[in-house]
Design a protein around this ligand. Sequence first.
Ligand SMILES: *Cc1c(COP(=O)(O)O)cnc(C)c1O
Length: 243
Amino acid sequence: MLIFYRKFLTMKIAEALKKVRERIYNTAVRSGRDPQEIRLVAVTKTIDMEGISEAINAGVTILGENRVQEAQKKVISYELRVMGSKVEWHLIGHLQRNKAKYAVRLFDLIHTIDSVALAEEVNKQAQKIGKVQRVLIEVKLSSEEAKHGVTEKDLIQLVESIKGLDNLKLEGLMTMPPFFVESENTRPYFKRLRELRDRINELQIMSYELRELSMGMSHDFEIAIEEGATMVRIGTAIFGQRR
Ligand SMILES: *Cc1c(COP(=O)(O)O)cnc(C)c1O
């Protein structure tokens, strides 16, 4: 019974993944973009190591977690299993300053830097272990109270602060629009994030161009790709509805 179930799960994840990849590919081509520019971050929050292993076996190379503690257990478990393929772990959820120490040890890319204080703490912890931590800035583009992220008004100042921190490598921006039943309503947020990245590049604040736009989830990733996403963060469309 268990074996039957495992086989079923494997097929389900592999098939779902294939469909998601096809949609990414088709959307990229349709909007005149190189499909290679778009990376899939498989969002594995609440998914156990069995499901994660299936996704890795089916070719997933980037895993997105939204909580440090949950990720910690999984990274250890992953390493214990000594899985052949190397995967990247990304933090896509809010980071508290007192967890920065653990985050720099776990994550290849942190998508959610949203204040100077957090940037400084991550830099300090990265310096301690001799790492240059790749980061994105999370931008809050709506006025919802609960959402994390730096406001547009404070964005440039945050970029300038990060520029002065030697153990951070800023690669781009991330956003999470409010939820809309009609996914088309997310488009202005994705467009705005692209404009902000381009603006930072025009101002030449950094000595190199920021490339990454982490935007788009299961219900709106095609729109995000049309608007320039370079990383889409997809959970439900691969693993099914979370409990
Ligand atoms: C959960 C989560 C996702 C994935 O959402 P799905 O709708 O399951 O694809 C993407 N980004 C962040 C920040 C998340 O917390």
